[in-house]
Design a protein. Sequence first.
Length: 427
Amino acid sequence: MIVLYRYGPIRNGQQCRSLGWDAPVNIRNRLGGGRDSASISPSQSLRYATIFIIMLGTVSLFADMAYEGAKSISGSYLRTLGASAATVALVSGLGEFIGYGWRVVSGHITDRTGRYWTIVLIGYSMNLLAIPLLAFTGDWYMVALLIMMERMGKAIRAPARDAMISHAASKTGRGWAFGVQEALSSVGAMIGPMAIFVVFLCGGGYSTAFLLLGIPALLTLVVLYFTYTMYPRPQAMEAADPHVKAVLPRRFWIYTLAAAFLAAGYVDYPLVAYHIQNNALGDEAVIPLLYALAMGADAISAMLLGKFFDRGGPRILLLVVVPAAFFPVLAFSDSMLLIAAGMGLFGLGMGAQESIMRAMVADLAPVGKRATAYGYYNTVFGSFWFLGSLALGMMYDLSVGAMVTISVGLQLLFLPMFLMFLRDVKK
């Protein structure tokens, strides 16, 4: 956004040499991939796509400031309102299930209608409403309902957003594009919990924290609107290959199943926060700070892993999944130092999931089925995340050690399925 306003408004036919664009620019046609886009040079297309990815990443930055800030204290807030560990895990898992599970519907609608921006705007608007309303709730039932509402908003917007990024990524490299988007998202996810930490440090409570998060939620819509005005047709940045059938190949489904095992074993942060508070391992203010640490690791790893993926392909996942799978061993210990180290591994795994694994979906799906592919992938991923979170939360009440063992084991089941996927790719 700073770049756009520094040089003033861009009008039809205006020379944009100050930005390095040496051709007359009709902003709606050129940047959005309209009728004039064929005359754009490859270097200009790369610049346009790069700016688009950064702007959508900025949208994610503000959105995740709001969502992840709220998520960092949702587990402890639910416990304060009388919820059990199983309830916290259920709310967290069901929220993720809704956030992923309904994407198959949104993905189909996006590919059928092509109305990317309308769908994205509806999703982000639900985010704007749900999070500030948490400040006015007094029981965990309403908190759970608002969490579901926010997750539904993400379910609506995510396939369209990811498809738009994938179209622009055809110019920049998919790993880099999704890595940048996730890095900016993670920066927001780091700032949000840190802001909550400051609120608690200054004597504020949960209501003040949730109201504060309404500010980045509003900024999300502002940046989204400006991105739309510049790029009304982002799907035109990638031409469909007429020789590729518009169907999802067998290897896509093998890969999706492999990811499902990873999702099933990945313990969500609210249960870690519950563990810290339930065992009196640290003050409430430390909980969002630890989550900020995880998001910092997420941001750094997403950028690096995305670049490595563009250079070396999907095998880079094998070097990430194994160490990240052992984060519960540290995160559910009785030492805050070990828990902090566990959050670093948690962030490493999240960085891989949100950069490499999303980029691979775009590589496996034809252009006309891109949003649908993200819908199917995320529905399976979210369903297994929900079932895994529910089972692990119930297991926590019975035996923390057994819960940790099951979590690690489920994540490591990703490996044989992923090796099967790699063999299928070679055929």
